[in-house]
Design a binder for this molecule. Structure first.
Ligand code: ACO
Length: 335
């Protein structure tokens, strides 16, 4: 599903970004103490060196709120001025109400519409597309989109093929109508393939497989993944969707200042860079510090890239993600 500039009544810009990472750091050396793994294997196969783990009483809404407040501050917009909040998460505080409603309460966005979306690692760019359209058509003025995950809750710490990959955190952005001289979101792309639900999932916890002691003992309430298969699809889908938004924005690879990809595996990122003909120095990578934080990953990366001066006014930025579903998405932005 795609869209282009001509369908929009208003241009929409990213007015501010923010992120939050929990304090506790879990290094590869820490993991060596609990599963049969080692730093050399993890770094060479994934690029990850450490990840953050949220405190027991720290939930997705708390992390989302902290990231969201930073984005609001940077945008110079108060909570009361936000009229749309979308939280992308697969680790909501509660099944219902939505995590976005807790965020609404915590930031005082009294007049906002708030809801969650579940698209795993692709959720933040799904949220960007939805918010962009709803601002572009005049429905809302100021949106807060957030990716927030407490993945450590769903990790099987005995499974060395998954527990080394994931971490907790949140990233956010404020989207609003753009003034004529400002940058804007140029093109977005999203897709899903429900034939591949078996590649990456948490089977238990929903209605089909309720949380019981037996299901928990059988590790059905933790994340399971066929890593090699996910890897192959990730490279193909990320390349295709990035190319689509690049083409639709009228950009050439040399026009792109920075590609901000999903932070799952350095080898996937290298493969994408190669296929898009964008040199490695124009690809943003921070997965060595945080691992894969699902919907939060590209949001945190975008915020870090912005705050460290890797993105400046007028730069073209391409974001591209994939996740469970399988799902994928991309966005091209003129900052
Ligand atoms: N430490 C040491 N050895 C390990 C570990 C570990 N943590 N994990 C696996 N191994 C072993 C395996 O047992 C295997 O041993 P064997 O050859 O004796 O059988 C060997 O290492 C190779 O295992 P592979 O699974 O072939 O390793 P691969 O190179 O495929 O890397 C990985 C695995 C890192 C998971 C990779 O497939 C990957 O990154 N896939 C993409 C996954 C991903 O990005 N998922 C996130 C999706 S986003 C979302 O929606 C949440």
């Amino acid at each position: 599903m795609s869209e282009s500039l001509s369908q929009s009544q208003y241009q929409v810009c990213i007015a501010g970004t923010g992120s939050y990472l929990p304090e506790r750091v879990m290094t590869n050396a820490d993991l060596e103490k609990i599963v049969d793994t080692n730093d050399e294997w993890i770094v060479s196969r994934t690029g990850i060196r450490e990840r953050r783990i949220a405190a027991p009483d720290e939930f997705s809404s708390h992390m989302a709120t902290k990231a969201g407040l930073k984005a609001l501050e940077q945008a110079g917009i108060s909570g009361e001025e936000i009229d749309l909040i979308i939280v992308a998460t697969i680790t909501p505080d509660t099944f219902t109400p939505a995590t976005a409603c807790y965020v609404q309460q915590q930031i005082g966005a009294v007049g906002a519409v708030a809801f969650d979306i579940s698209a795993a690692c692709s959720g933040y760019l799904y949220a960007m597309k939805i918010a962009k359209r709803m601002i572009a058509d005049g429905t809302f003025k100021n949106a807060l989109i957030i990716g927030s995950e407490k993945l450590s809750h769903f990790i099987n710490w005995q499974d060395r093929t998954t527990c080394i990959l994931f971490g907790d955190g949140a990233g956010a952005a404020v989207l609003r109508r753009a003034a004529p001289e400002e940058g804007s979101i140029l093109a977005t792309e999203m897709g899903s393939d429900g034939r591949l639900t078996h590649l990456l999932n948490v089977k238990g916890g929903g209605i089909a497989c309720p949380i019981t002691k037996e299901n928990a003992d059988d590790n059905l309430v933790t994340l399971a993944m066929l890593g090699k298969e996910v890897f192959k699809h990730a490279v193909t889908r990320m390349k295709e969707s990035a190319e689509k938004v690049i083409e639709r924005s009228g950009l050439k690879p040399e026009d792109i200042k920075l590609v901000v990809p999903h932070q799952a595996n350095l080898r996937i990122i290298d493969a994408i860079a190669d296929r898009l003909s964008v040199p490695n120095e124009r690809i943003f990578v921070n997965l060595e510090k945080y691992g894969n934080t699902s919907a939060a990953a590209v949001a945190i990366a975008l915020d870090e890239a912005h705050r460290t001066g890797r993105i400046e006014r007028g730069d073209h930025v391409v974001m591209v993600v994939f996740g469970a579903g399988l799902t994928w998405a991309a966005a091209a932005v003129r900052w």
